[in-house]
Design a protein around this ligand. Structure first.
Ligand code: BES
Ligand code: ZN
Ligand code: ZN
Length: 495
């Protein structure tokens, strides 16, 4: 790991030169900026390394200053592939720890396939995401190596460097979200989150308001209050506002609310999680971490769109004060909910935040992200999130953002019938229908009772993508920061 990764306008002397080649065309890029004859010979030599095939992310050295990097087959190269290549390149560099590297990649990719800014951005994202590990809890017995000093990257064209810089900045905010997600529940509880949000607001010129437990009670936020009252660490609703000095013409009159489920720990409550399914539930705050990470990036980039982030925070515990199955709760919008299962808690805290987004924020568009159901993992696995949307235009924006950010999503149905399925005998609705069908859709259908029908809204269930169980090219085992890049890309569509 490097302490940081910087982009410099000029190739520093003694930098490692990295030239990209294709698996189905093992020739050096026609233009090799700043490479002398000796260097060209060294790169040529690297290409002849026995076994080097130019596969995506594969590397070989000609001499210690010259390396070739495989891009895989021409027809298969896209931004996703370039992110993975960036990730693998970072890990290779980690082993040799050069102070600087000059990348010759954009020169190899025809402009018709990808523009050089996109190439730089994808590589930057990949390198930035791969340059992260959970080391903030390293103790005296750690085996972690100390991080290398900063890595300085350069490339020949300005657009490539700009892309690289942008990708690295995005990754930084995703890594911020990952660090928070990895913070364990004995440290990160709702109060701790509120302190962190205030700190971020100060450093990034956001406005932060925290609706604490007592105020939430007075306001009638029965969902947040009920779910969180079983814990000594009382629940709260964190509000982070980005009010840009200039609003883009496309964004006039738009207020986007981003809502993230922030359950700092989900024991299931009295409907206790059994058979070791509780382990890992510190990641049940990942929706909120995606939102706070996105707010950080949106503020840092000064995007000309009004955005409000909402984090309903609670710890779902078992205690004398905890809510129970059979409780009937009056929610913030006065809908009454019969609790059938205290483990379906995410939708209860989100519901009040969604009402707050409609009523108090007067949002014109709402996106919520939540590790809401195990069912979405069964349905879609770890490949993508599930998106439920009441508006085709907003859905198209979300899908476009998912496509270009590489944080994939797939549409799920949400119809009137699904909403009717949530009806209760003794209250308006149930928090979970005891017939264990269509769980991810039940979650979305429940939430639909708390969003004004005229407001375009997308619910994204990220239970399958918030964390990975084994190392990949981009991610070490643990949180992925899923949603930060998707949300920033979405906001960019109005900027
Ligand atoms: N936080 C869980 C969902 C979850 C499960 C996230 C696995 C990540 C991995 C959520 O609060 C939950 O417990 N959902 C229940 C809903 C059910 C009780 C209606 C589920 O998915 O089983
Ligand atoms: Zn739960
Ligand atoms: Zn949960």
């Amino acid at each position: 790991m490097f302490k940081s990764i910087r982009v410099s306008p000029r190739a520093p002397r003694m930098a490692l030169a990295v030239a990209a080649v294709y698996a189905d065309d093992l020739t050096l890029p026609p233009k090799l900026p700043k490479i002398d004859r000796q260097g060209r010979i060294a790169l040529q030599q690297a290409l002849t390394t026995p076994g080097f095939k130019g596969e995506a992310g594969e590397t070989a050295f000609g001499d210690p200053q010259h390396m070739v990097l495989g891009l895989g087959k021409k027809a298969e190269l896209n931004a996703d592939q370039l992110r993975n290549i960036g990730g693998r390149l970072l890990k290779r560099l980690d082993r040799i720890a050069p102070g600087a590297a000059s990348l010759i990649v954009a020169e190899t990719v025809p402009a018709a396939t990808l523009d050089s800014r996109t190439v730089g951005r994808a590589i930057g994202e990949g390198m930035g995401l791969a340059n992260w590990r959970v080391d903030f809890f390293a103790g005296s017995a750690t085996k972690n190596k100390p991080p290398h000093p900063a890595l300085e990257l350069s490339g020949a064209t300005e657009s490539f460097r700009k892309g690289l810089q942008y990708g690295l900045r995005l990754a930084e905010s995703a890594n911020y979200a990952r660090q928070l997600a990895a913070t364990p529940p004995n440290i990160c509880n709702p109060g701790w989150m509120a302190t962190e949000a205030r700190r971020l607001a100060r450093s990034h010129r956001l406005r932060c308001t925290v609706i604490d437990f007592n105020r939430a009670k007075r306001m009638g936020m029965g969902g947040i209050v009920s779910v969180g009252m079983g814990s000594k660490a009382k629940p709260c609703l964190i509000v982070l506002e980005h009010k840009p000095a200039r609003v883009a013409s496309r964004a006039r009159g738009i207020t986007l609310a981003l809502v993230g489920k922030t359950i700092t720990y989900d024991t299931g409550g009295y409907s206790l999680k059994i058979n070791n399914t509780m382990k890992g539930m510190k990641y049940d705050k990942s929706g909120g971490m995606a939102v706070i990470g996105a707010m950080r990036a949106i503020a840092a980039m000064k995007l000309p769109v009004r955005v409000v982030g909402l984090l309903p925070c609670a710890e779902n515990m078992v205690s004398d004060d905890a809510y129970r199955p059979d409780d009937i709760i009056a929610m913030y919008n006065k809908v009454s909910v019969e609790v059938t299962n205290t483990d379906a808690e995410g939708r209860l805290v989100l519901a009040d935040a969604l009402t707050y987004a409609c009523r108090d924020v007067e949002a014109t568009h709402i996106i919520d992200l939540a590790t809401l159901t195990g069912g979405i993992v069964t349905a879609l696995g770890h490949f993508c999130s599930g998106v439920f949307c009441n508006d085709d235009k907003l859905l198209a924006r979300v899908q476009a953002a998912a496509e270009s950010s590489g944080e994939k999503t797939w549409r799920m149905p949400l119809w009137k019938d699904h909403k009717e399925f949530m009806r209760a005998q003794h209250a308006d609705i149930l928090n979970s229908n005891p017939s264990r069908n269509a769980h991810p859709i039940q979650g979305a259908a429940f939430l639909a009772y708390f969003v004004e029908e005229s407001v375009p809204w997308a619910h994204i269930d990220i239970a399958g993508v918030a964390a990975v169980e084994k190392d990949t090219d981009l991610f070490v085992t643990g949180p992925t920061g899923y949603g930060v890049r998707l949300l920033v890309e979405l906001v960019q569509s109005w900027a």
